[in-house]
Design a protein around this ligand. Sequence first.
Ligand code: ADP
Ligand code: ZN
Ligand code: MG
Length: 479
Amino acid sequence: MKNYYPTIGLEIHAELKTLTKMFCSCKNDPDEEKPNVNICPVCMAHPGALPVPNKKAIENVIKIGLAVDGNIADFSEFDRKNYFYPDIPKGYQISQYKYPIVSGGHLAGMDITRIHLEEDTANNKHDRGDFSLIDFNRAGVPLMELVTEPHTFESAEETAKTAINFAKEYQLLLQYLGVSEANMEKGEMRVEANISVSEDPKNFGTKVEVKNLNSFRSVERAIKYELDRMIKLIEEGKGSEIVQETRGWNEGKGTTFSQRKKEGSADYRYFPDPDLPKMKLHEAFDLNKIKKELPELPEARRKFFLSKNVPSQVIEIWISDRRVADWAKNTLKYGSEPEWSTMVNFITNDLVALANSNLMDKVFGKTNIDSIYKLSKMYIEKTLSSRAAKDILVVMFETGEEPEKIAREKNLLQKNDEEALKVIAQKVIDANEKTVADYKSGKENAIMSLVGQMMKETKGSANPQIAKSSILSILKQEK
Ligand code: ADP
Ligand code: ZN
Ligand code: MG
């Protein structure tokens, strides 16, 4: 069989989570369920209404550009992309064409071509009968588009893997920067895959663009399906049937289908929007300051955890939620080697197990990172046994109460006071003559039974090591 070289380029749209929309002061609220409440003459395209750019949205794109080592344009502007569709009431979408905010950059092994800013469309609802309804709440929400360079690989697996990796890393980056929730199921992040196959690694084949990919899994399936389809056509001598077009993805059937022949950019008759000002970004923004204030990004976090010898599967679990990664980092900074390796287990097994489904929303529903951090600190300082820490964690998730308070109320603070524990040890020794005799006659294991009695006596709050050593020291004196 011949070699085929798949090529992929991604276009990823992400809604920015600004307070207001891109060109008007309507609320940007993706959770609004009532249709057509966050609307005004600007985002409804009433004649004469004038757009005003949202500076925060532009700053967010700059942040991402800096985070991926891209170039921030000095000069930038908005263009009109003309087309007719019910969800675009002006008859054009405000977008960027010649002068995107960001050019170049790279992430997760792929080169980025550009990142630009545009406005989202309204939502069409076709599921109500013989008619369609339009909800304009989303019309005019800041929408950022990232375009990657085309990359050629040796296999479909490698192509899909690289694409998914990129999309996941980009999603993480947006979440770490706090600029977008980038939830794919909610349509806050939408991936389009441009795919082609060639028999010659130096020349690209004809590409198709696959849309409607609502999960990482569908991105992977669609890429593999489409490459398969193209290779089959080529093998059957029907390579000319591969045409440049937009294809949809049918999740149920697991197939792509032709939607429309691709428009060229000329069809959109782009031109600079005369209602919007030209932008001098290097003057309008303090790029050095924005760069300095970027939070620690996922890649740097990974390096930190690796330097602490955290296993990489564990790192990926932590990294997947910035709040957990923050907590884990604070905790590891705090403890020294033996303690934080216990913490690794604690965080991973208990926290993650508790929160298995829909991970962190559940975890952080009632409690917050600082409280969980306080809990882990109490555990590291040995004021809590691991059992107690786990029990308290459950209560924290349920009630949102602070760990100290729960520990006090449930009498779970670990007793580290040697004098106090010695008194209890004496009491246990006096009350268990037979076990003591067993121990003295050489049954070493009997000591554990005595420690058990001490734990019972203190309702599990004794530090087991200190309990054991106090019993041993009394028994030694008795000998
Ligand atoms: P268009 O003008 O059709 O929008 P662009 O050149 O702007 O095409 O590229 C759009 C996306 O398609 C980019 O992500 C780019 O990397 C990707 N791309 C371009 N050519 C190919 C190809 N032959 N195979 C796969 N992807 C491609
Ligand atoms: Zn509006
Ligand atoms: Mg293009």
